[in-house]
Write a protein that binds this ligand. Structure first.
Ligand code: GRF
Length: 189
């Protein structure tokens, strides 16, 4: 069975969706490690509940991004991790990580890329008056929310409630990430 790592910085609802799907066999993989750059993030409690070990670090304690990424890569390789799934990991990856896991790093973004890149995609699209929203899953490169698209799912929303919209986006994210990860694991056998 393939070993994967999930990188997350915050709430971790996508982490949980992936963890649940790995646990019950919908994704043919095991999450060997959660990588988290925010001590205290709620995602760590979720990992605990699933018995998934976490590598937690404080970026500020390292001289450079390359430094902490080298340490993460070392740990990932020691665990035998083959694929990385970013799930709300709020950092751009450097060449250290990209080279070690070329074409094996995936991200989920809450907009129909290439529209609305960045950390506030849902609110930005809402403020713009968008009527068709969606979610994108893509390979990761060195650009913010760049990289080739793997899957997208769109839905109409013409309401005026940002909280309701956010809930709808997350409800689309979780099954799409699970289905896409399952397909990638199957195809890369
Ligand atoms: C999601 O909207 C994801 O698309 C984006 O960050 C958010 C993470 O949410 N990259 P959660 O931590 O998985 O709940």
């Amino acid at each position: 069975m393939k070993k994967i790592a999930v990188f997350a910085s915050g709430n971790g609802s996508n982490f949980e969706a992936l963890a649940a799907a790995c646990a019950d066999g919908r994704i043919d993989a095991r999450i060997a490690l959660l990588v988290c750059d925010k001590p205290g993030a709620y995602v760590l409690q979720r990992a605990d509940r699933f018995g998934i070990p976490a590598f937690v670090f404080r970026p500020k304690e390292y001289a450079s991004k390359a430094d902490y990424e080298r340490q993460i890569v070392e740990r990932l390789q020691a665990e035998g991790v083959e694929w990385i799934f970013l799930a709300g990991y709020m950092r751009i990856l450097s060449e250290v990580m990209l080279e070690a896991y070329r074409d094996r790093i995936v991200n989920i973004h809450p907009s129909l890329l290439p529209a609305f890149k960045g950390a506030h995609a849902i609110a930005d699209a809402f403020a713009y008056g968008v009527k068709v929203y969606g979610v994108t899953i893509h390979y990761v490169n060195g650009e913010l929310d760049g990289g080739k698209i793997i899957a997208q799912r769109a839905f109409d929303y013409t309401g005026d409630d940002l909280d309701e919209l956010e809930a709808k986006v997350h409800a689309v994210e979780h099954p799409l990430y699970v289905e896409t990860a399952a397909r990638l694991m199957k195809e890369s056998r």
